[in-house]
Design a protein around this ligand. Sequence first.
Ligand SMILES: [Zn+2]
Length: 301
Amino acid sequence: MDRHNHHLALQRALELGRAEDPGALPELTQLLTMPSSEIRRLAASAIGKLAGFGADPTSAVQALAPIALRDPHPQTQQYALKALKSYGAAAQPHLHDLDDLAANERAKDYVRRSAHSTAEAIREAVRMAEPSAVLRCARCHQSASAEEAARSQQAFQRVFCDRCFDETFLERRNFDTKVELNKTIIAKAGTLVQSDGERLIADWLTAHNIAYRYDERYRILSGHAIRPDFYLPEFDLYVEYWGMDTADYKIGMLKKQQLYQQEGKRVISLYPHDKPRLGVAMPAKLAFFGAHLPSSGVGDQ
Ligand SMILES: [Zn+2]
């Protein structure tokens, strides 16, 4: 490059550096390829300034990174490192190389310090960008809204989207009852129940003309999932059939009973040993809550 052309390119780099125009990025990128380190230095510096004026961060970082990491002229490298810093999180893909440069004993001290400070600034920018980053469902990894996250955090201490929230609920319930959903049993009144014990209860209630609602949707009580098996509206009573006998299940059961109590809910609990003597157990437990059977005339079973 002759002196005249060098002078023109230098003037142009300075001019573009003052222009505050993001449209200058391609021309400045071109100037970064000049053999003159002085021109490269001015162009890198000008690209850094454009960060505040809406220059495309990806293109800018792509142009600056090779100069920042590998320019044969250390001062030019230093300017490019400083310019790279202005693009913050967009420079994240180069963090590893910047760390290598900061640790490179053959590089100039001021280049190493500059690489270190640029890497730190990029890391900070990445951290700052995180809270506004989308919440991800822990199950399907799709984005979840703040409302979905709050709801699932309360119930499961995890972030789930609404769809996975519902599916997780079903899985937990099936785990609780050790009954798969497709193994439903039809009670006499046509209600689909999930165990033999529940079917006996449904049939007994039907035989005694006691209205019931079965399996209302889950509700959350104190952050725990509660599914009442049966609700008897005329007595304002819940009937829970505690079908399993494992330790895990018992812990869940005690927790649930405790929650019912806290909420002031009236609950009748029935267990597998009540199954053969439902005709005795049910009226006794109902009477405990002052609930007496309508005189249906159907014999106890
Ligand atoms: Zn999901």
